[in-house]
Design a binder for this molecule. Structure first.
Ligand code: 8NA
Ligand code: MG
Ligand code: MG
Ligand code: MG
Length: 339
């Protein structure tokens, strides 16, 4: 129903924001001791105390651009999104952007947006970026297209190609959007069937992935994920890092984020919380590497599944721009309800 969906919209955007803000201090660390993160989350979730907010990074800065564009235009407008990326970057460049993506913003400004898709094609000697920058910002578009799957696939691919033209870059963006889409359509009161969730992802990706030198990379990663999820004894962190990955590559971070969501439905050793949303992002951060982005993507999927009501109020208060992201969610819900 509409009340649940509105809560899922908020959960998705606020969930992603919290993953970014809370994961950012650990970005690039090899692995974060479970005891350290337990204390970090317990402190932030406990009785409220005044402290500087945890700032969001490029992940949420670009998510903001897409949300604001969809709200202003009430449709997907790639030129408008490109302009917002550039305005946002030059207005507030110190948000930890990817090293190469900023090249695109400079070129777009110089060519005055004559060809918004052009500069991305020149990245990495023409290979295009395979990093997770398309996937980390896609949540608002997944919400916008929640009732039209074919439109979702089409628009998400375009949104990615403004910066990411490598197949792994845009197919990873599509995978993240499909995961959010599936979460939105599930009832959080029913027990999540993790194998069914991942089988559906594999089936949908089989319609997306094209054969090339390395055929079906996402389906392959998702199959490895299923084996890890199936393991009777808990898969240890070293194994998860090695098999799923935790880097800025979309192939080694988007399936990892999905794994975190599915793994965190049940208790995880050394993560002491009854709250499955918190467990998802706390676990994602503990794996190290691209912590802000993996926690952001896992948080968006988890929030879209559980809804806003499970997200701790005190955690929200410690993060920058929570109110703004709630507003985006409510506006997107209103627009899509009347579409
Ligand atoms: P991007 O397109 O600049 O890619 C980021 C990095 O990925 C590049 O600098 C390269 O090292 C590598 N890369 C991507 N494609 C290729 C390729 N075809 N060949 C060789 N190397 C390649 O930026 P983006 O927006 O996709 O990046 C998103 C990530 O950057 C997020 O994690 C975000 O938080 C940010 N970030 C990450 C780190 C980190 O150390 N994990 C640090 C700062 C910022
Ligand atoms: Mg970031
Ligand atoms: Mg394709
Ligand atoms: Mg990152």
């Amino acid at each position: 129903d509409s009340i649940l969906l509105a809560s899922k919209f908020r959960g998705c955007l606020v969930g992603g924001l919290l993953g970014d803000c809370l994961g950012a201090p650990y970005e690039g660390d090899y692995r974060i001791p479970k005891t350290v993160l337990q204390k970090y989350f317990d402190t932030l979730e406990g009785p409220y105390f005044k402290s500087p907010v945890k700032q969001y990074t490029d992940d949420s800065a670009m998510t903001k651009c897409i949300a604001e564009s969809l709200i202003a235009q009430e449709r997907f407008d790639s030129l408008d999104i490109a302009k917002r990326f550039v305005k946002e970057y030059f207005g507030d460049p110190r948000r930890g952007y990817g090293e190469q993506v900023v090249e695109i913003f400079h070129k777009l400004r110089v060519q005055k947006f004559g060809d918004p898709f052009g500069p991305a094609k020149e990245q990495f000697g023409g290979a295009g970026s395979y990093a997770n920058g398309g996937a980390m910002r896609v949540a608002p578009l997944a919400l916008f297209c929640h009732s039209d799957y074919n439109e979702l696939i089409n628009l998400v691919e375009q949104s990615a190609k403004l910066t990411h033209t490598h197949q792994e870059g845009y197919d990873g963006t599509i995978l993240q959007a499909i995961a959010v889409y599936q979460s939105l359509h599930l009832d959080p009161k029913e027990k999540l069937d993790t194998q069914n969730f991942s089988s559906q992802l594999i089936e949908k990706m089989s319609e997306i992935e094209e054969e090339d030198d390395n055929p079906y990379p996402y389906q392959t990663q998702l199959e490895k994920m299923q084996i890890l999820l199936d393991k009777k004894e808990d898969a240890d962190d070293e194994e998860v890092q090695r098999i799923m990955g935790n880097t800025v590559a979309a192939l080694y971070s988007v399936p990892t984020a999905i794994f975190c969501f599915l793994r965190a439905c049940a208790p995880i050793p050394e993560i002491e919380t009854e709250n499955p949303f918190r467990r998802t992002i706390q676990y994602a951060i503990s794996l190290g590497g691209d912590t802000d982005t993996i926690a952001n993507m896992a948080g968006a999927i988890a929030g879209a599944y559980y809804g806003y009501s499970v997200i701790s109020e005190n955690l929200q208060k410690h993060c920058e721009a929570t109110e703004q992201f709630i507003e985006y969610a409510d506006k997107l819900h209103k627009i899509t309800a009347s579409k």
